[in-house]
Design a binder for this molecule. Structure first.
Ligand code: HEC
Ligand code: HEC
Ligand code: HEC
Ligand code: HEC
Ligand code: HEC
Ligand code: HEC
Ligand code: HEC
Ligand code: HEC
Length: 330
């Protein structure tokens, strides 16, 4: 009862304020299907902006009628979950935004897949799980509609000119940080050498590594792609690297269902394991590559049940690594 009276008073106040000629143009923006983050117009002209106690005004039982996917889960998790999707509502860091409360192995094990000790935790060589704060670095304002869209679900980092523009590919998102001369504040990367992919990714990508660009004549010695692999576009960074969890170092996927997005689900969802030892990446490469004319080790099982690449058992990095054009690169 107390709360209702307070809300009423606040709303009356805000109505009065806006009647007094406040700039109402900028105050009319509402959350939309594509942007759930509250802004300073929250609650009739902004009366609810800055208030941390969502329960004071909202009943969990009557919201989300139009958001079937999330309705039940929000009821189960309660008010601590609100700021995960709707932002901090102008309050400070005090109410940190929750993600893992829902995105975890018991509630949503497939979304994303959470098996493995290495995650993209913004510090190379340290083993730890990805946490709430890190999710938001990459997904500042996801709409949680069950569909992953690069321009809604990935944080918009400024480009080389400092402008916030749409991404034309997912790789562009990675390259906003993985470059040498226009890194993001708070995410500075030094790299262990000049051509460390941590800082050289952008040069490499622009000059050598646009992996999957259809430029081959199809006549090279080991060329050929798996029939179940359809590519209309270049290979994404996350076709080979996963951000969330993997047992492989350098965030290389350890299982086909964590990457290789263009592989037919009949193969992708088997899933085929990917183990890497001493630079032998054959179980990764063989997910997409299957040489047409069998030569060398082309018929040999790479160890995960698939065959079709050469030089199995060798250190592929002697010839194929980011930024090396010498032997057809990576
Ligand atoms: C003082 C009361 C009050 C508090 C506290 C409050 N809200 Fe609201 N909220 C409102 C009112 C009133 C509306 C409807 C106003 C409107 O339609 O513009 C609203 C609307 C919303 C909307 C829909 C906005 C839109 O543009 O469609 C969301 C989402 C929301 N609140 C989430 C929250 C969350 C999350 C919290 C806690 C951080 C919270 N609210 C705290 C009063 C409150
Ligand atoms: C998993 C994400 C998610 C969480 C967590 C979440 N919401 Fe929402 N919320 C949504 C979506 C999606 C919509 C629908 C937007 C639209 O209308 O298209 C929505 C809409 C709303 C609305 C306005 C329309 C309506 O359905 O009534 C209010 C108010 C609201 N949320 C409050 C809350 C409060 C309070 C909490 C915490 C108890 C909360 N939300 C937690 C995703 C979430
Ligand atoms: C907001 C900036 C940012 C974005 C976006 C970003 N990264 Fe990173 N990444 C970093 C930082 C910082 C490190 C750690 C560097 C260090 O410790 O020197 C890192 C580390 C890595 C590592 C090494 C991890 C390890 O433990 O070996 C890989 C691989 C990587 N990122 C790939 C990617 C890919 C692929 C994407 C896009 C899907 C991406 N990154 C997006 C900032 C970013
Ligand atoms: C370094 C950036 C980065 C971090 C950190 C990160 N993600 Fe992601 N996430 C991505 C990218 C890129 C994709 C799209 C490619 C993919 O699905 O792998 C994605 C996809 C997803 C998806 C779509 C589901 C799917 O198909 O895999 C969900 C859900 C998700 N992330 C949740 C999270 C949560 C929760 C966290 C924190 C625990 C988190 N992410 C941390 C970059 C990141
Ligand atoms: C109340 C539970 C809940 C919370 C809290 C929550 N999510 Fe989600 N999220 C969902 C659901 C449900 C989906 C839709 C899954 C589906 O059906 O595919 C989703 C989907 C996503 C997706 C996939 C893209 C999309 O639009 O569907 C991403 C990315 C994501 N969430 C990131 C986050 C991040 C980051 C946070 C914390 C800031 C977070 N989620 C907090 C429940 C939640
Ligand atoms: C997600 C699928 C995928 C994975 C995984 C993959 N590739 Fe590729 N690769 C492609 C596609 C698609 C092409 C383009 C083929 C064409 O041009 O016809 C390609 C082309 C190549 C080329 C030819 C480069 C050029 O410029 O013509 C080399 C070399 C290569 N890949 C090596 C590798 C190695 C080594 C691995 C493992 C570390 C690997 N690939 C993993 C999809 C993949
Ligand atoms: C000694 C150098 C060397 C090593 C080591 C090596 N490769 Fe290659 N690889 C090449 C060369 C050269 C080509 C291109 C042949 C051509 O253009 O006719 C090639 C081509 C390929 C292609 C075909 C890409 C395409 O579609 O044209 C794949 C896939 C591939 N290598 C995978 C691997 C894997 C996996 C390993 C490690 C297990 C590996 N290579 C180790 C030199 C090497
Ligand atoms: C075809 C698979 C494939 C694709 C696509 C790919 N990578 Fe890699 N990446 C690898 C392999 C294999 C390694 C390890 C060998 C090496 O260092 O070159 C690696 C290494 C890295 C490293 C070094 C990590 C460390 O800890 O030292 C970074 C950073 C990286 N990749 C970023 C990216 C970015 C950013 C993209 C997209 C622009 C990308 N990669 C696309 C396969 C791939």
């Amino acid at each position: 009862m107390m709360n209702k009276i307070m809300l009423f008073a606040i709303l009356m106040m805000s109505l009065l304020l806006s009647a007094c000629g406040g700039d109402s143009e900028g105050d009319t923006k509402h959350i939309t299907e594509a942007n759930l983050i509250l802004d300073s117009s929250h609650g009739e002209g902004g009366a609810a902006w800055g208030l941390p106690d969502c329960a004071a005004c909202h009943s969990i039982a009557v919201i989300h009628d139009n958001a079937e996917l999330i309705r039940g889960l929000v009821i189960e998790k309660g008010f601590v979950s609100c700021t995960g999707c709707h932002g901090n509502n102008g309050t400070d860091e005090s109410s940190s935004r929750q993600c893992v409360i829902c995105h975890n192995n018991s509630d949503m094990p497939e979304n994303p897949i959470w098996q493995g000790q290495h995650g993209h935790i913004f510090t190379v060589g340290v083993v730890a799980d990805v946490s709430d704060e890190q999710c938001i670095h990459c997904h500042a304002a996801s709409d949680m509609d069950g569909q992953f869209e690069i321009n809604t679900d990935l944080t918009k980092y400024p480009d080389v000119l400092g402008n916030i523009v749409d991404y034309s590919s997912e790789a562009e998102f990675c390259l906003r940080c993985h470059n040498r001369d226009h890194q993001q504040t708070g995410f500075e990367i030094t790299g262990s050498s000049y051509d460390d992919p941590l800082v050289a990714s952008e040069d490499d990508f622009n000059f050598i590594d646009k992996h999957g660009l259809v430029d081959g004549s199809g006549a090279a010695t080991y060329s050929g792609l798996r029939e179940a692999y359809s590519y209309q576009s270049i290979v994404d960074c996350t076709d080979c690297h996963t951000m969330h969890a993997t047992d492989n170092e350098k965030l290389i996927i350890d299982s086909s269902n964590k990457g290789v997005s263009q592989l037919d689900s009949l193969l992708r969802d088997v899933p085929y394991p990917v183990a890497v030892a001493d630079g032998d990446y054959s179980q990764l490469c063989v997910l997409c590559h299957q040489m047409q004319v069998i030569v060398d080790e082309g018929a040999e099982d790479t160890g995960n049940g698939l065959s079709g690449v050469h030089d199995i058992g060798s250190d592929c990095r002697d010839c194929h690594t980011h930024g090396e054009a010498a032997q057809a690169g990576l």
